[in-house]
Write a protein that binds this ligand. Structure first.
Ligand code: QAP
Ligand code: CO
Length: 178
């Protein structure tokens, strides 16, 4: 399995849209497995193909405590949504930042599994929010698009600075590090 490179905001490639998957072959399976591996290694609960610079409508999720209940959703679509909530969100593409976002607490959604079989299901709470967040990625949208311009610009500036200095040198500046 391969660790994939996760793009960080404000990388423009995060604005590309994912194309519908038409062929369910080994290649799709390999991408899904590498995405799950990358998500687990990064301690994430969700990852969309667009975040690893692959423009297809594929997301992987695991919200289980034991990290042993992977979900692979191909061409996911939200059919209905109910009950507005504010949810504190983060993102592997926006490391270190968390902000409240308006979402829906209950959704019905459809998707294709890795074999190309269609399913319909419902979700609520964290899973529902995670599916909404990941489908946004497939449309080039990030959770920071829902917060104020000022906050978003501040986050972009900080992440750009970190990127230019390199994560290692940022760590070196922390006084309590060994
Ligand atoms: C999306 O996000 C999500 O900042 C998935 O330093 C998040 O997996 C949906 C992560 C919250 C619903 C609620 C973020 C890991 C992981 C970070 C993630 C970080 C390390 C985020
Ligand atoms: Co994200």
């Amino acid at each position: 399995m391969k660790l994939l490179n996760i793009l960080h905001y404000p990388d423009n490639r995060l604005r590309k849209k994912g194309q519908n998957v038409a062929i369910y072959d080994d290649n799709l399976n390999i991408i899904a497995m590498n995405m799950l591996h990358t998500m687990y290694e990064s301690k994430g609960i969700g990852l969309a193909a667009v975040q690893v610079d692959i423009q297809i409508r594929l997301i992987v999720i695991d919200i289980s405590e034991d990290r042993n209940q992977p979900l692979i959703l191909v061409n996911p679509v939200i059919i209905s949504k109910e009950e507005e909530i504010k949810f504190d969100e983060g993102c592997l593409s926006v490391p270190g930042f968390y902000e409240p976002v308006d979402r829906f607490n209950q959704i019905k959604y459809s998707f294709f599994d890795i074999n190309g079989l269609k399913h319909e299901d419902s979700a609520e709470g964290l899973l529902a929010v995670c599916i909404q967040h990941e489908i946004d990625h497939l449309d080039g949208k990030l959770f920071v698009d829902y917060i104020s311009d000022i906050k978003r610009d501040r986050i972009a500036k900080k992440l750009k600075k970190q990127e230019s200095q390199g994560v290692a040198s940022v760590r070196k500046k922390v006084p309590y590090s060994i």
